[in-house]
Design a protein around this ligand. Structure first.
Ligand code: SDX
Length: 397
């Protein structure tokens, strides 16, 4: 019931849909997953616990979480024929291109999941997607660096499995003796996945819901969401932040780029700043900033990019242009720096976002499928083209 949270009744009239999953109050910087504050979930949960909450509406008890983790790990492996898909990609294909293609093809392998009217097969499909996304993501990275794929391991946690599949220096299905999976890295990744898991009707989630409203199969809907997330104004912003910092180069150059961002004639925008909804600090950015400090202290990398990021943040936050427009750092401003500290390559940053957001996408897909009366979304438009006119033969034009 949106009314209980919405300050402005007129908001309900403009809302594109109603949902019980995530609540955002952009003015107060509030983000709730199924009523729980993001700060509490980020502090206390593992990612799969939050994925369970988003999908089912309640936090799991110990045995429910244990069963869910086992099911996710059990479904993490991909069909051997699917591995051949990667051979078709050029080695330097963007991992998001591989993700869109491979996820979209899953409907060719798991026909039983296409019975979207059956709640049991819907749940199987959702856990299959959450389980397989890290495996497909890691495989796209291994393909790009010419390394053999590493299989998921049943006894590892979600984040441990991903890091092992990404960085294990061996093709056998075991953790390299000399490749110690750093638990601080696992903790940071777990936090980033929780913070990126869902965010109400953002562009990619709205894309998933639009596709789902036509009755398209779930793999096609999630592939559509991945494609929408790729844009630099949305999920591609974390990659764009790192590219922007690399372009700025030094702290001395920051004022010049702040001025460019303010110039209406200049298309340059400060990546990682601003948000469609948060007209205050993005609560996720506040949480992430603290972890950024911890990880960089841990890796003893006084990464010049982080120092540069702090200089950009400091100068933008005291600039009237940004203050008047309430443009604050968003979740993407710091997440790229942490991914870089975790040795995740820049081109994989948006893939990381997609792994996490799959939990939200499948939750919204399930929510829509549960309500059989959901009509197809068919947005109307404000027509601003030419009024009616008659055809002219080509020799009269
Ligand atoms: C995500 O929807 C979600 O929830 C998304 C997300 C999620 O979890 O799914 O939160 C993830 O996508 C975060 C946003 C990541 N994108 C970026 O960091 C890219 C840079 N940000 C901008 O592209 C922009 O801020 C948007 C698109 C994110 C939001 O745009 P708004 O709030 O609708 O602002 P606007 O386009 O209406 O502009 C308002 C004014 C304009 O200036 P004036 O016309 O008033 O003079 O603010 C300016 C804009 O030019 N402006 C910026 C700016 N963002 C807006 N100026 C410089 N740098 C920027 N980043």
């Amino acid at each position: 019931d949106l009314g209980c949270f919405t300050h402005d009744p007129g908001f309900v009239a403009t809302a594109s849909c109603s949902s019980k999953i995530t609540f955002i109050d952009g003015d107060s910087g509030v983000l709730l997953y199924r009523g729980y504050p993001i700060e509490q979930l980020a502090e206390s949960c593992e990612f799969t616990e939050v994925a369970y909450l988003l999908m089912n509406g309640e936090l799991p008890n110990q045995s429910q979480l244990q069963d869910f983790n086992l099911e996710i790990n059990d479904r993490a492996i991909i069909h051997e024929s699917l591995r051949k898909f990667f051979d078709g990609f050029h080695y330097d294909a963007h991992p998001m291109a591989m993700l869109v293609g491979v996820v979209g093809s899953l409907s060719a392998f798991y026909h039983s999941d296409l019975n979207i009217k059956d709640p049991v097969s819907r749940k199987v499909c959702a856990t299959r997607l959450i389980g397989k996304m890290p495996t497909i993501a890691a495989a796209s990275y291994r393909h790009s660096v010419g390394r053999p794929f590493v299989y998921p391991r049943i006894e590892l946690s979600y984040c441990e499995n991903f890091l092992n599949m990404m960085f294990s220096r061996s093709s056998q299905n075991y953790i390299d003796q000399d490749h110690y999976i750093d638990q601080d890295f696992v903790k940071a990744l777990n936090l980033l996945f929780i913070l990126h898991a869902d965010h109400e009707q953002n562009a990619s989630t709205s894309t998933v819901r639009l596709a789902a409203s036509t009755g398209a199969n779930p793999y096609a809907c999630i592939a559509a969401g991945i494609a929408a997330l790729w844009g630099p104004a949305h999920g591609g912003a974390n990659e764009a932040v790192l590219n922007m910092l690399a372009e700025i180069g030094t702290v001395e150059n920051v004022p010049k780029y702040i001025a460019k961002a303010k110039d209406p004639e200049d298309p340059f925008r400060l990546m990682g700043f601003g948000h469609r909804v948060y007209k205050n600090f993005d609560p996720r950015a506040t949480i992430i900033r603290k972890t950024c400090h911890e990880i960089l202290k841990k890796t003893q990398s006084s990464d010049p990019l982080f120092e540069l990021a702090l200089a950009v943040e400091e100068q933008a936050l005291k600039d009237d242009y940004f203050i008047e427009r309430k443009l604050y750092p968003n979740v993407d401003f710091y997440s790229g720096i942490i991914y870089k500290a975790l040795n995740i390559p820049v081109e994989m940053f948006t893939v990381m976002f997609a792994i996490a957001r799959t939990a939200g996408w499948v939750a919204h897909w399930m929510e829509m499928m549960e309500d059989a009366s959901t009509p197809i979304s068919r947005p109307r438009q404000l027509y601003v083209g030419p009024t009616r006119r008659d055809f002219q033969p080509i020799d009269e034009r």
